[in-house]
Design a binder for this molecule. Structure first.
Ligand SMILES: Cc1cc2nc3c(=O)[nH]c(=O)nc-3n(C[C@H](O)[C@H](O)[C@H](O)COP(=O)(O)OP(=O)(O)OC[C@H]3O[C@@H](n4cnc5c(N)ncnc54)[C@H](O)[C@@H]3O)c2cc1C
Ligand code: FES
Length: 258
């Protein structure tokens, strides 16, 4: 489960957003949409903790695994500096994946880098022949990365930006309310907590269930430190679940937003 993966490519897609391709045949073979890797971002033990990054795509034939990430702090900055041909130490694939339906349309809702796990899900659904409808929002046009690749895959893409530079001006949740959802299509979402919270409320009003991929700061990534706990409903009670092993994919209706 620990892999020394060679860096095959590293591309900057937008200011601060990078796409990194690794040679990791066993990960490529096993990974399912929604799962993540714990990545050692530097060659030293500083920063000590690995950083969780979702699997963005796999190419099983070439043994390649793709990560998509935004530089937000020290770990991701060091990752952006890693050079081709060098090895990256990763653990995974980890966590619970999305439940992919065998047939029928699916709706994906991505806020910003939430597109990272949903791109992989879109790819798998298209390969199975599902119709895929994506609502994709970001701060501005340049941050709507991979939208052309998704359209080329045959995904029906609706865009929203905060500044109105592409698609509808406003949030992706407002866009979804305006366009509506096909009946009975399962909904999958990933993005920042305020977006997921707003979406959970909207879907509840619509009487729709969904699966959300959650992000919490992680210590170990394998269920040992309990640093990634989230509050969820269990019957009449509340319990804490670990995002790394019980998630990161949870049913939208069970998450308690505080
Ligand atoms: C299961 C999972 C999958 C993820 N997938 C992706 C992905 O595919 N692409 C991507 O860009 N990011 C993803 N993230 C978030 C990513 O792990 C953090 O951005 C990264 O760990 C930050 O490390 P850093 O050292 O650069 O920043 P730090 O210096 O550690 O932190 C910088 C800032 O980012 C915030 N932050 C750090 N970690 C997280 C986190 N886990 N969740 C939310 N905010 C955080 C901090 O609060 C701080 O404000 C994922 C997180 C989880 C839990
Ligand atoms: S990160 Fe340690 S228990 Fe989840």
């Amino acid at each position: 489960m620990i892999h020394e993966a060679e860096i095959l490519s590293q591309r900057r897609l937008a200011p601060d957003i990078y796409r990194l391709e690794l040679f990791a045949p066993r990960v490529a073979e096993q990974a399912q949409p929604g799962q993540f890797l714990m990545v050692r971002t530097s060659i030293s033990l500083d920063p000590f903790l690995r950083r969780p990054l979702s699997v963005n795509a796999v190419d099983r034939r070439r043994g390649a695994v793709v990560l998509l990430y935004r530089v937000v702090g020290r770990g991701t900055r060091l990752l952006a500096e890693r050079k081709l041909g060098k090895r990256l130490n990763v653990v995974g694939p980890l966590g619970r994946s999305f439940t992919v339906p065998l047939s029928g349309p699916v709706v994906l809702v991505a806020g910003g880098l939430g597109i990272a796990p949903l791109f992989f899900l879109a790819e798998v659904c298209r390969q199975r022949g599902n119709e895929v409808i994506l609502f994709y929002g970001a701060r501005s046009q340049e941050e709507l990365v991979l939208r052309r690749e998704l359209e080329d895959m045959g995904v029906k893409v609706f865009l929203a930006t905060d500044d109105g530079s592409l698609g509808e001006r406003g949030t992706v949740v407002e866009l979804l309310k305006k366009k509506g959802l096909p009946p009975a299509a399962p909904v999958y979402a990933a993005g920042p907590p305020p977006m997921l919270k707003a979406l959970a409320g909207t879907l509840k009003d619509m009487g729709r269930e969904a699966e959300f991929s959650l992000e919490e700061r992680m210590g170990c990534g394998v269920g040992a430190c309990r640093g990634c706990a989230v509050k969820v409903r269990e019957g009449e009670n509340f319990v804490y679940r670990r995002v790394c092993t019980d998630g990161p994919v949870f049913k939208a209706g069970e998450v308690v937003w505080e």
